[in-house]
Every structure is written in C-alpha cells, then in structure tokens.
Design a binder for this molecule. Sequence first.
Ligand code: ADP
Length: 262
Amino acid sequence: ILPLKTIEEVSEDVEKWASQKKEELDNLRRNEAFRKEFLMNLSHELKTPIFAVQGYIHTLLDGAMEDPTVNKMFLKNATKNIDRLCGLLDDLDEISKLESGEMTINTEIFVIQDLVRDVFDTLSLKAKQKEIKFSIKKGCEAPVQVLADKEKVRQVLINLIDNSIKYGKQQGSTVASIYNLDGKTLLVEISDDGIGMQEEHLPRVFERFYRTDKARSRDIGGTGLGLAIVKHIIEAHGQTINVRSKPDVGSTFGFTLETVRE
Ligand code: ADP
C-alpha cells in the first residue's frame, strides 16, 4: 500500500496539473490562431492572381479578343499572373515540407565562394536588367570550405541575392562577404544598396507572407515566403540568420555556416 499524500502534496499536484493544462490550452490557441492567419493570407495570395486571370479571360471573351494589341497585352498579363501563382505554389510546397519536418539535410563539403559565384551566374540576366553589379568583397575571395547541404544553401543564396536585385536600386551593387568567426563558424553576408527597410519591420521579415510595403512588394512580384524558407533552412542546419537595414541605404542579410578546418 502506497503511503497517503499530505493535503499540501495533493494540492501541489493539482496546481501542477492545472498549470500544465493551461499551458497546453495556450499552445493549442496559439497554433489555432497561427493556422487561421496562415489560411487567410494564403487565400488572399491565391485569389489575387486567379481573379486577375479570370478578369482578363472574361474581357477577352466579351470582345477584347478582336483587337490584336489589346488581346496580346491581356494574354501577357494573364500569363504573368499564372507564373506568379506557380511561384507561390512552389514556395508553398517547399515551406510545407520544411515545416512538417520532412526536410532532410544532406551535408557535404564545398567551397562557399564557388557556390556564391554559381548563384551570381544564375541570376546574372536579372541583375543586368537593373544594371546591378555582383561581387565578392575584397579580402573574402580565398576559398573556404563549409559542411552543409549544398542545394539548400544554394536556395538560401538564390532567395537572398534575388531579393537584393528586386529591392536593389538601378545600377546598384550586391556584395557577398565571407568571414571566419572562430575557426568553426562562418558568417556569410549578402548586402545591397537598395531601398532598405524601416527598423520596425526587421523582426518580422522572416515571417511567412510578411512584406514591408504590400503594394510596392506586390508590384515587384514576390510571394512573401522567400525569407521564411531561408530561415527554415538555416535553422535546420542549427545555424542563425539576421538582418540589418536602413531605408534608402540598403540591407544586409547574414547567416552562419559550419566551416571545415583545413
Ligand atoms: P518577397 O517574395 O515579398 O520578396 P521575402 O520573404 O523574400 O518575400 O521578403 C519579405 C519582405 O522583406 C519583402 O516583401 C520586402 O518587403 C522585404 N525585403 C526582403 N529582402 C529585402 C532587401 N534586400 N531589401 C529591402 N527589403 C527586403
């Protein structure tokens, strides 16, 4: 027979149980609010391009098809919206994989400068359109080996460098810097001299669908998921990411990676 508990012990147990239950309930509520907000954002993001396509098609069928200049323009606009929708679906696919823990990190050793140059090449056409110059900061060119998932880090660099073009100024520049912090950790920074951001936005830019200036960003044509994906990937590596920025001066996104001692 177990010894009976004292009144104090029993009431302590009850209180412990109650606070545990309260915590569980708070968590459930938070998740529920999170899900609601996510669904609201998502349906808004889906509706915008779908309604636009619907509008163009109806207008074409209602007679705009007869005018060759108008019909070409409408079809072009409809295509642009479909492309936007496809981009959004790709990002959503990616983010749901990341969030359901389905992401596996396959690490390998590679030279970070080579990957940065690769991504510069991939985005060179886009940069050319805005006459933006890419470079690796002087003094950071010596090859450094990292241990990480190369394809995922490529995705991170693509998203950050693509943003540096989208939010960069005409004839601006994007600079990649690589610093060895303590022999074990590397800091990779992507800096631009573009539109920048107000201080108040900085803690929130890694949230899904968060945009600093909705109208302007939408004009630029993003999904608002790029930085959320970036953050997931970096955190899955057990590393960190941060941002500093000043309006009309520019932004710097910096993330850490594990280096390999030579
Ligand atoms: P988006 O698809 O809108 O670019 P992101 O998740 O990549 O989504 O970025 C979120 C928001 O953060 C952007 O809409 C933009 O307002 C801001 N942002 C991201 N990168 C930069 C940058 N390099 N300069 C200025 N603002 C940026």
